[in-house]
Design a protein around this ligand. Sequence first.
Ligand code: ADE
Ligand code: ZN
Length: 346
Amino acid sequence: MNQYDPTSALNIFLVLPKAELHRHLEGSLRLATMLDIATQHGLTVPASMLRLSDMVQVGDKEPYTFSNFLDKFKTLRLFYRSPEVIERVTREAVEDAARDNVRYMELRFTPVALSRAERFPLHDVMDWVCTSARHTAEKFGITVKLIASVNRHESVDLAEQVAWLAADYQDKGIVGLDIAGNEAEFSGKPFAPIFREAKETGLKITVHAGEWGGPDNVREAIEVLGADRIGHGVRVMEDPNVVALAKERGTTFEVCVTSNYQSGVIAKLEDHPLPRMIDAGLKTTINTDDPSISRISLSTEVQMVENQFNLGIPQLKELTMNAVNAAFVSAEQKERLVALFQKGLE
Ligand code: ADE
Ligand code: ZN
């Protein structure tokens, strides 16, 4: 649709107020900003948009595998060279969401990834991200909460440092703790004590599971790591007992269809289990995961999912309300958000 054609229909997917629970800051960098940073900091990444794109975005001709997908984050770690860069990418991630009519977003970030290139202290990274997100959210009228993320394939000791900081930063916008990374090879069990203690401090828990690993990982996330929500979790459908467990616990699934396709979880878009998850009565939501890496926005993702599975606007609204209802916010704030979205979706 040509958005400059005054006679064209409104893009309903752009206009709809949206809520997003699963988006990584490190997967949300604008390509033009990466080029700027590369030039400013003399980085030895290709000084051309197209070659840079190959390194940090999933192209049509690449293997759609999780190792190829995770490799993008390795290149991206080269870019976090100064406090200004970290503030800028945070600001732009929030601004891009607001312009896409996302009214509520939980943005997750990996402090260890952002601190690595220049060995920034983790608490400085937390300060830069929290401050920039708060200022930009106020400016653009979007509610943004932050989730600190750790990786399964990195050390338990680092995860513990991040979890303690996240607990301390709850008054600065951090609401949750997440574990991401290579689920196929690394169990979540060694992280269980950290997640238990984090939960006791008031942080909510979300766990990447049942994406590159099977339904047992979804069970582990719920029973061992105390997950309130599951990142992806699409492979839950392989075990009816885990489906029953998730329903009994009221677990919400942060589903990311394009990401699953590009990282090899499903071979074809039409194979995606989202419609079966909905039919099974699981609470599901639509998310981007890494919009820049996948070259999508939440609007384009919602539009793609609607077209692919013929969901219809009432069903899309229900998925949006699922996200609002599963937001990591206080009861009073949730009441306000629910009212805002109900009105916006009338
Ligand atoms: N980190 C960023 N995106 C991820 C994903 N889809 N799965 C696991 N770890 C991730
Ligand atoms: Zn993710």
